[in-house]
Design a protein around this ligand. Structure first.
Ligand SMILES: NC(=O)C1=CN([C@@H]2O[C@H](COP(=O)(O)OP(=O)(O)OC[C@H]3O[C@@H](n4cnc5c(N)ncnc54)[C@H](OP(=O)(O)O)[C@@H]3O)[C@@H](O)[C@H]2O)C=CC1
Ligand SMILES: O=C(O)[C@@H]1CCC=N1
Length: 278
């Protein structure tokens, strides 16, 4: 389905690079099928060209004109400027794929001004290593075939969960932002490791492999997360002592509140633009 399609990334920052890195490394499309463009950072375009062998074009309108699939990968606050700058070069046969947090498909359809197929997605930066957890949904005019195409694209860089648009903000709080929560915990684990006398290298192997193991275990067992952590806790042992501290500090409540706030923020991003930026 993706053979002979040109994929244009409008916006070439962290998220674009994570997806480009995954697509190229896993040979989902040939590097020359990808074009990246941005607002002004020519150095970043040069880097992407050299690192991944893709094409770049500092002229956004030209890059978009050439694309069959346009990935919108700028910050939510820049989406209006970005689409306005290229709108005259877009047409109804192109497919628009948004990775923007919070922005509803209807807003993008309105900016495009024609009955464009729009698919909203929420990947995460683990796309770069083929391990994103991506949620996707269809806009009003997108066809099932277009949904399948985007499913194929993101399946190449991880798992894809198809949902209705009302669930995309939840996907964003859980999986889009998700890696950051784990990295934040890793930072604390690194600090504890250093304080206990482990070298950076020793800590890096121990911590990263522990997380990989947890992920693999979760994907291969029917046991609940509670059963899994209870399995680690010997009565009166080290883990129980550690978990007790987490419970005293109400860590689970803090994590739940953090994710709920991220989901709310995604909704806010959408409503701010719907109300003020058209
Ligand atoms: N980072 C993450 O983990 C995730 C991010 N997202 C979403 O991805 C999107 C991008 O985030 P991220 O990659 O972190 O952001 P970055 O700031 O790293 O990248 C933004 C990119 O957009 C470009 N840009 C800005 N304005 C315009 C414009 N008017 N026209 C064209 N390009 C423009 C910038 O170009 P220049 O540098 O030249 O200004 C830059 O290449 C956001 O909407 C975010 O919600 C989704 C999932 C996860
Ligand atoms: O923090 C953000 O807004 C973006 C969306 C999900 C991850 N990063």
């Amino acid at each position: 389905m993706l053979e002979n399609k040109t994929i244009t990334f409008l916006g070439a920052g962290s998220m674009a690079e994570a997806v480009i890195g995954g697509l190229v490394r896993l040979q989902v499309v040939a590097p020359q099928q990808i074009i990246a463009t941005n607002l002004s950072d020519q150095e970043k375009l040069n880097y992407l060209e050299q690192e991944y062998g893709i094409r770049t074009n500092s002229n956004r309108a030209e890059a978009v004109k050439e694309g069959d699939i346009i990935i919108l990968a700028m910050k939510p606050k820049h989406v209006k400027d970005a689409i306005d700058a290229v709108q005259s070069m877009t047409n109804e046969s192109q497919l628009f794929v948004s990775v923007l947090a919070g922005i509803p498909t209807s807003y993008i359809e309105d900016l495009l001004g024609h009955q464009a197929g729009v698919i909203r997605t929420m990947p995460n930066t683990s796309a770069k290593v083929g391990a994103s957890a991506t949620g996707i949904c269809k806009g009003s005019y997108a066809t099932n075939q277009q949904l399948n195409e985007v499913e194929q694209l993101f399946s190449a860089v991880g798992t894809v969960t198809v949902v209705t648009e009302d669930k995309l903000d939840a996907v964003t709080g859980i999986a889009g932002s998700g890696p950051a929560y784990f990295y934040y915990v890793v930072e604390a684990m690194e600090l504890a490791a250093e304080q206990a006398g482990l070298s950076k290298e020793e800590a890096a192997t121990l911590i990263s492999q522990t997380i990989v193991g947890v992920g693999k275990r979760l994907q291969s067992t029917k046991k609940s997360s509670r059963e899994l952590y209870q399995e680690v806790m010997s009565p009166n042992g080290t883990t129980e002592a550690g978990i007790k501290v987490l419970e005293e500090r109400q860590t689970q409540e803090a994590v739940t509140d953090a994710i709920t706030r991220a989901i709310e923020r995604s909704k806010e991003l959408g409503s701010v633009f719907l109300n003020t930026n058209k």
